[in-house]
Design a protein around this ligand. Structure first.
Ligand code: AP5
Ligand code: MG
Length: 207
């Protein structure tokens, strides 16, 4: 099964990807995580990506598409995968159709009013886990691996506003793109708790 997780910044793509990976043993590929690993490693891709990510804009399509095309060729992707944060515009979706066979696009629908608080309250771990300050009860380390939690550099109100604008103008049109292909499934419970959202996702995936 090859699936896409679509949704605005803060919709819960990473949170649900972690649950889907644990339950279905499905490989999680996040372009945002790949860029952040490159930034941390000081690579050329990281240097290029940083300026775009810090501004809330999309990293150029050629770079992003090449990374995903290469990643899908690894052996571990042969048994299926979920893409989180890719594609992010119609050009990337059209390119993806040239080198991959997508079964389903899960669109996590969340009221925009909730997104700013969700993102600005997010704390992440280098192991990939993410939390919200409201449920951490003051904890500063990851419940899964014990490492120190930190705030993403692009999780500040100004950058989030641009990320939301970028989502609306460039990514939201993908909802119609995958609906037209008959591959769209909408997760309407996006405002509910992470477990309730996952319950709806399970119903969709188990069908
Ligand atoms: P990326 O890392 O993909 O960020 P994003 O799309 O902005 O999405 P987020 O990771 O912020 O949100 P999420 O939906 O994963 O939410 P999460 O589960 O963490 O991309 C970052 C940047 O990289 C882009 O801006 C761009 O520059 C670049 N980039 C990446 N891919 C690219 C591409 N294809 N092309 C070009 N550039 C690209 O949840 C958020 C918070 O809410 C957390 O605190 C969480 O605990 C909480 N939460 C989650 N679910 C719930 C719930 N149900 N109820 C209450 N709280 C919840
Ligand atoms: Mg994410």
């Amino acid at each position: 099964m090859n699936i896409i997780l679509l949704g605005a910044p803060g919709a819960g793509k990473g949170t649900q990807a972690s649950k889907i990976q644990a339950h279905y043993n499905l490989l999680h590929i996040s372009t945002g995580d790949i860029f952040r690993a490159n930034i941390k490693g000081g690579t050329e891709i990281g240097k290029l990506a940083k300026s775009y990510i810090d501004a809330g804009k999309l990293v150029p399509d050629e770079v992003t598409c090449d990374i995903v095309k290469d990643r899908l060729n690894w052996d571990d992707a042969k048994d299926g995968y979920m893409l989180d944060g890719f594609p992010r515009n119609v050009f990337q979706a059209t390119e993806l159709d040239k080198f991959a066979e997508i079964d389903l696009c899960l669109n996590i629908d969340v009221d925009e009013a909730l997104l700013m608080d969700r993102i600005c309250g997010r704390r992440v771990c280098s192991c990939g886990e993410s939390y919200h300050v409201s449920t951490l009860n003051g904890a500063t380390t990851c419940a899964k691996c014990g490492k120190e939690l930190y705030r993403r550099a692009d999780d500040n109100p100004e950058t989030v506003k641009t990320r939301l604008d970028t989502y609306k103008s460039q990514t939201a049109p993908l909802i119609d793109y995958y609906r037209a292909q008959g591959k769209l499934a909408t997760v309407t419970s996006g405002e509910m708790s992470p477990d309730e959202v996952f319950g709806q996702i399970k119903k969709i995936l188990d069908k």
